[in-house]
Design a protein around this ligand. Structure first.
Ligand code: 4AD
Ligand code: MG
Length: 430
């Protein structure tokens, strides 16, 4: 008999199939038993009917507990009333394991309890919907870059140098040297971009952020494109195109999951080009008018991100930040060297920064100066400086945080649900 998956069940109408999965729920009445079975791809109702109250299938049914694993066989029947439109008339059942009392019951559980049981919580409908969208988002991102001729080149996780400042570095031993977990693949992207023109890396990045917020993870995934010869304008266009494209893909392909999450989609439908684009200096007075306490030279915090989304109901690109709040590699604005050609893209609905990036310093002398000013150990950056000695060109790139983007698309309250196993401040279990 053919092993089928529930998501393909429509192809097996009136045929006998075998399903392998877990018990989600069960209920009985008179001569009939109902079994809600999930197999990872979907959910189906199985029915057992008999005149004989001691039927062996009824006895097996009685043993089943929530999350027991089993194999069932039967005939697929179309039934408009059934969830999913099909039912399985069960004729045979094999119990693989009778589950112990399952800790996650339909009653409400607190978040600390659910986080302790994250390995089981993943099976629940909402968590599955979020992670299903995550998988689609990853694919949409890869398709976007692959279709535009970008080369996907992986960057190392163990690195000898910092990319995004030294305060959030995870240090580890590397034989007789020190190494750090990568905060960003950018510096290596700059090397591969000079070899391949346009590249991207997509992988886990690490920040020992001491801030406990609903937007920060210690380990998060970032996709980072880098383009030789591109300037700030070019890379802002690319950032816009990427966000528009991935949001459209999710709206098109993951309607079911967005419905499960009760996501109101109109804010996502408004994600169209062009985004609002403003300089840091231009938006500052508006932020202050709305209650922000920051002055020129201060970085945006959560209050500014919230105000931005109160002013605009779709994503915004902010450029020309004060140099002193940005990383050492940022290209200064020629007319105004206190400002750098960086761009951050902020989500609507208060979800904050999705993208950080900009144009990189391509002049050797200036980059050497910055390495010194930031007190970075020059020998660890020698290879990076080399890129400015041999055919240096203006170039730009950015990083988009996968979990930030997913949190926004799903409109979930906390980023910890946007990754299968979140790493949080002081928390590494499970
Ligand atoms: O703005 P960031 O720090 O930029 C960089 O790392 C650049 N080197 C990227 C580049 O130009 N290639 O981080 C980029 C994005 C942020 O906009 C945010 O979406 C996400 O990464 N991010 C985090 N997401 C979750 N938890 C954290 N602790 C994050 N820190 C940054
Ligand atoms: Mg940033």
């Amino acid at each position: 008999m053919k092993w089928a998956y529930i998501e393909d069940i429509a192809d097996f109408k009136d045929q006998e199939v075998e399903l392998r999965g877990w018990v989600y729920n069960k209920r009985s009445g008179g001569k009939i038993r109902f079994l809600l079975i999930r197999d990872g791809t979907g959910m189906i109702q199985g029915t057992i009917y008999s005149e004989d109250k001691d039927h062996p299938l009824f006895q097996a049914f009685d043993q089943l507990t929530q999350e027991s694993s089993l194999i069932v066989r039967g005939v697929v029947k179309e039934d408009k009333r059934a969830p999913g439109g099909f039912e399985l008339g069960i004729t045979d059942m094999e119990i693989i394991q009778t589950a112990q009392e399952y800790p996650i019951t339909p009653k409400e559980h607190g978040i600390p309890f659910l986080m302790e049981h994250r390995h089981l919580w993943l099976r629940s409908q909402k968590q599955r919907a979020i992670l299903q969208i995550r998988a689609e988002l990853t694919k949409a991102i890869r398709d976007f870059f692959d279709n535009r001729g970008f080369r996907n080149l992986d960057t190392p996780i163990l690195t000898p140098s910092a990319c995004e400042g030294t305060t959030t570095l995870f240090e580890t031993e590397y034989f007789d040297q020190k190494a750090y977990l990568s905060q960003s693949g950018q510096l290596y992207n700059e090397a591969t971009a000079m070899a391949f023109g346009k590249v991207y890396c997509f992988g886990p990045t690490f920040r020992a952020e001491k801030s406990k917020t609903r937007k920060h993870l210690i380990e998060f995934w970032m996709v980072e494109p880098e383009v030789a010869f591109a300037n700030l304008q070019d890379i802002t266009d690319l950032a816009e195109d990427l966000i528009v494209s991935i949001v459209a893909r999710i709206l098109e392909t993951r309607k079911t999951e967005l419905d499960i999450l009760e996501r109101e989609t109109s804010p996502l439908e408004r994600v169209k080009k062009p985004f609002h684009r403003m300089k840091y200096g231009e938006i500052l007075p508006d932020l202050k008018k709305k209650g922000s306490k920051i002055d020129w030279g201060d970085d945006f915090g959560a209050p500014e991100e919230t105000i931005l989304s109160e002013i605009y109901d779709s994503p915004v690109c902010i450029t020309h930040f004060p140099a002193k709040i940005k990383a050492f590699y940022m290209q200064p604005d020629e007319e105004n060297p206190d400002e750098v050609l960086g761009v951050d893209v902020f989500a609507s609905e208060g979800y904050g920064e999705l993208i950080g990036g900009g144009q990189r310093i391509h002049d050797l002398g200036l980059l050497e100066k910055r390495v010194k000013e930031h007190k970075l150990p020059r020998d660890a950056y020698e290879w990076y400086l080399d890129l400015r000695k041999y055919g240096s060109v203006p170039h730009s790139g950015f990083g988009l945080g996968l979990e930030r983007t997913l949190s926004w698309i799903c409109k979930i309250k906390h980023i910890r649900e946007a990754i299968p196993f979140p790493r949080l401040l002081y928390k590494i279990y499970p």
